[in-house]
Design a protein around this ligand. Structure first.
Ligand code: SF4
Ligand code: SF4
Ligand code: SF4
Length: 267
């Protein structure tokens, strides 16, 4: 919750990213301009480079702390901000950056950069909520900018804010899309967190869970893999899709949970 009643100081930072989530905010057009009447926008590089401040009421962090410098910046943001909001998949789940964690990233680094690889920083990817304490997460690649607006207005009005915990299938079927999973395609919709209006499915693209996975998804994940195997996919095929938006570690943790629960039932 915001501490003071004056206009809060808001900052939007980008670490290593494509800046797509920040552009989603700009794409709000007049809705974003309307919001700026109620806040002091003290940092948003896409509009103007501002002087560094010593305190922010709310800081949004997009992108991943891929470099040591990024990590120092992130930790400083945490130290000087009352509320830190994680913005988008790269920050929340590690995004495409995290693919390297699932492979021999040092070897890949040397394959790409050859003899120079030892001089190029190639750190293991860390998700922002694991590097610092995060107060809120706005998921997605890119974010649903309406989530950003709703969160800021709720903070201004001292109201709680949370996203629904429904799977993407829920929105996909409201939109009357044909089911790609039933057609044998790798769609993670049954375990992926909704809130994007099933945008990929509306364009006949599979969902790869850019918004993360729903809670209590252990058994659902197990069932999904069983269905995909019945369509001829191997576990490795499925895991590869799960890597794309950095959700693989969460999904593997859910699978482990399901296995442990089954062992307890059998005892
Ligand atoms: S989450 Fe997606 S849109 Fe946002 S910064 Fe990362 S890659 Fe870009
Ligand atoms: S296409 Fe995917 S998101 Fe849609 S209902 Fe089927 S499994 Fe769910
Ligand atoms: S459908 Fe899935 S991959 Fe596409 S935006 Fe929604 S959560 Fe992300």
């Amino acid at each position: 919750m915001l501490k003071k009643s004056k206009k809060p100081s808001v900052a939007i930072f980008g670490l290593t990213s494509c800046e797509g989530c920040q552009f989603s905010i700009l794409d709000l057009h007049e809705k974003f301009l309307g919001l700026t009447k109620y806040i002091d926008l003290d940092e948003f590089r896409l509009i103007e480079d501002e002087k560094e401040r010593s305190h922010y009421d709310i800081a949004f962090v997009e992108g991943n702390p891929v470099t040591t410098e990024n990590l120092h910046i992130l930790k400083r943001i945490r130290r000087i901000s009352d509320i830190v909001v994680v913005l988008g998949n790269c920050a929340d789940l590690g995004g495409v950056w995290e693919i390297k964690n699932y492979h021999d990233y040092k070897k890949i680094g040397c394959y790409v950069y050859g003899g120079q690889c030892k001089t190029i920083e190639n750190r293991k990817i860390i998700e922002v909520p694991k590097a610092i304490k995060a107060d809120y997460v706005i998921p997605g690649c890119p974010i649903n900018a309406q989530n950003f607006l709703d969160l800021v207005y709720n903070l201004l009005n001292k109201k709680p804010w949370a996203l629904k915990d429904n799977p993407v299938c829920w929105e996909c079927q409201i939109n009357k899309n044909p089911c790609l999973l039933q057609q044998g395609k790798i769609c993670l919709g049954p375990i992926a967190k909704a809130g994007c209006n099933a945008v990929c499915l509306n364009s006949h693209q599979e969902c790869w869970a850019c918004r993360g996975i729903i809670s209590q998804s252990a058994q659902k994940t197990k069932n999904l893999i069983k269905i995909l195997k019945s369509h001829g996919w191997s576990k490795a095929d499925v895991l590869e899709k799960m890597e794309f938006f950095g959700a693989r570690d969460r999904i593997e943790a859910a699978l482990k949970e399901a296995e442990e629960a089954n062992k307890k039932v059998k005892k």
